[in-house]
Design a protein around this ligand. Structure first.
Ligand code: HEC
Ligand code: HEC
Length: 474
């Protein structure tokens, strides 16, 4: 059976085995099975049912953004690079740079027109804003792109991946939403958008939303040894709850990779080069060929972003380096006010086992940028991959990460984040917690978080409320 056929069979088989079996059983056994099924399916105990009795996500924390500022202790030259990088990060790209003197190189295919359009909330460098800029991007400068059904004005910024090709081979790559066809700065280019409707019908479409970049420089400076020591800690407690965890690693140098939803990328610089080409379509010195080489849609020499040999200072390096410098020096978020409730919530977070994956802090090593040295990074992540069950699995393989494995999402800045989980399926923290749990199927094992979600469900309503208040204080 092809991989795609397997996946489709899987999707079809998803929830049918219990009901079919039960038809064959006598009434007492049926009642027993039903009770067992409810016990074993933590999703059934989410908000709105008896056991969680109404603890509510307090919603996005208001007030000033607790993020977006540079780390303390930068030299004036370093600060100049941070600011130059910020300017580039916000620059709207056009195809030939002819529109409003913007940067050039957009397309032929793209998901958005600048880094900051996607990394925006609650400040530049963050996550998806409340109004999705992809709607306006679709028709900017005369383009007539269809807006796919999974992109909505008040929904999250999304990019799409197809786990399999239409002929059933492993794919997994990003398929950009839009093309430059019919834009005023792309005369003669004529290419079609991917067929998202067909992909959706085949069950071969998954989404990723932007991860926040605050504190990225600190994440780079946490040593592999620190990550591995943390992995080996609290073994007994982890074991009793069913929590494992493994690093994703570079296939070439063997070190721990840590950026992206599956910890698939090694560094901010690699991510910059890749994002510039994948999200905006700008070729650069790290990713130097166009992803779509259709004649008639090539408007610039490559790489479109390059070292500016004739300039000086912060203007000399390529955009990719300037993006990297901005992100490297972007400080970790500042949490909101604590209260007796958030303090109790923080204790529960540790007690019930959330902190076994969402490690509250790790300390950086020695960096060439002194403001990044020996800093306590309050990231709430172990930076490891965990099996998260069929409910969250997206069937995409990245490095050592299997289709059901994800990096523990760092929770710093969570209080001001709008959309949650890799595909942005919910804006509600209660649903986010419940989505952590699912029982295994033929393809994937049970979620490593099942035991902890079970503990959460056993808390009283007021304890759950403390926990949610704590999460929104981050
Ligand atoms: C269309 C929206 C979009 C645009 C434009 C975009 N990104 Fe992202 N960014 C994403 C998504 C989605 C992810 C998560 C990708 C994944 O892991 O699958 C991400 C993740 C990242 C990460 C990883 C951070 C972490 O800790 O996981 C970095 C770094 C990053 N982007 C940098 C950039 C830079 C630099 C630019 C501009 C060149 C950019 N992005 C443009 C959507 C976008
Ligand atoms: C087994 C490890 C593990 C445990 C235990 C765990 N998490 Fe997570 N958490 C993850 C992973 C992995 C993700 C990302 C999953 C995805 O996006 O598909 C995540 C995502 C989240 C998110 C969404 C963050 C975002 O940016 O979208 C929140 C909130 C969260 N966890 C809170 C909690 C709370 C609260 C608990 C305890 C009740 C908990 N987690 C227990 C591994 C864990």
């Amino acid at each position: 059976m092809s991989l795609k056929a397997k996946a489709l069979a899987q999707a079809g088989a998803h929830s049918s085995s219990h009901p079919r079996l039960s038809v064959l059983l006598l009434l007492p056994a049926l009642i027993f099975l039903l009770v067992a099924a409810v016990e074993g399916a933590p999703e059934n105990k989410g908000s709105g049912t008896l056991s969680s009795g109404g603890a509510k996500d307090p919603g996005v924390r208001g007030g000033a953004p607790g993020a977006g500022t540079p780390i303390a202790g930068l030299s004036s030259n370093q600060l100049a690079f941070f600011n130059a990088g910020l300017t580039n990060f916000e620059e709207i790209d056009s195809v030939t740079g002819s529109i409003n003197n913007t940067g050039n190189g957009l397309g032929p295919r793209f998901n958005a027109e600048s880094c900051a359009q996607c990394h925006a909330q609650p400040a530049v460098g963050g996550t998806s804003p409340s109004t999705n800029p992809q709607i306006a991007d679709a028709t900017d400068q005369g383009a007539d792109n269809q807006v796919p059904s999974f992109i909505t004005l008040n929904g999250p910024v999304r990019e799409a991946r197809f786990p399999y090709t239409f002929t059933g081979q492993v794919d997994g790559g990003v398929h950009d939403l839009f093309t430059i066809t019919d834009r005023v700065d792309a005369p003669g280019c004529n290419i079609q958008q991917p067929n998202f409707t067909e992909a959706a019908q085949l069950g071969d479409l998954i989404f990723r939303i932007p991860t926040p970049l605050f504190g990225g420089g600190l994440i780079e400076e946490i040593s592999d040894a620190t990550i591995l020591a943390n992995m080996s800690s609290n073994q007994q407690q982890k074991h009793s709850l069913g929590i494992g965890g493994q690093p994703n690693t570079s296939a070439n140098d063997g070190t721990i990779t840590r950026f992206g939803w599956k910890a698939q990328n090694k560094s901010l610089e690699v991510f910059s080069g890749e994002a510039y080409n994948i999200e905006i379509g700008v070729t650069n010195e790290l990713f130097n060929t166009e992803r779509d080489q259709t004649p008639g849609c090539q408007f610039n020499a490559t790489p479109e972003d390059a070292t500016n040999f004739d300039l000086d200072g912060t203007a000399l390096p390529s955009d990719v380096i300037r993006f990297k410098m901005f992100m490297t020096m972007l400080d970790q978020p500042t949490p909101g006010q604590s209260s007796p409730s958030t303090q109790r919530g923080a204790q529960d977070f540790t007690q019930i086992g959330c902190a076994l994956c969402h490690t509250p802090s790790m300390t950086t090593g020695q960096s060439t940028i002194s403001g990044l040295s020996n800093v306590q990074a309050n990231l709430y992540s172990d930076l490891l991959l965990h099996h998260m069950g069929p409910n969250l699995a997206d069937n995409v393989l990245q490095g050592a990460a299997a289709g059901d494995q994800f990096r523990t999402a760092p929770l710093w800045g969570l209080g001001q984040r709008i959309f949650f989980l890799h595909d942005g399926r919910t804006a509600d923290l209660v649903q986010t917690i419940q989505a952590h749990a699912s029982n295994g199927n033929r393809q994937y094992p049970s979620s490593e978080a099942n035991g902890v979600v079970n503990n959460y469900n056993k808390l009283t309503t007021s304890q759950q409320q403390d926990l949610l208040n704590f999460l929104r204080s981050l």
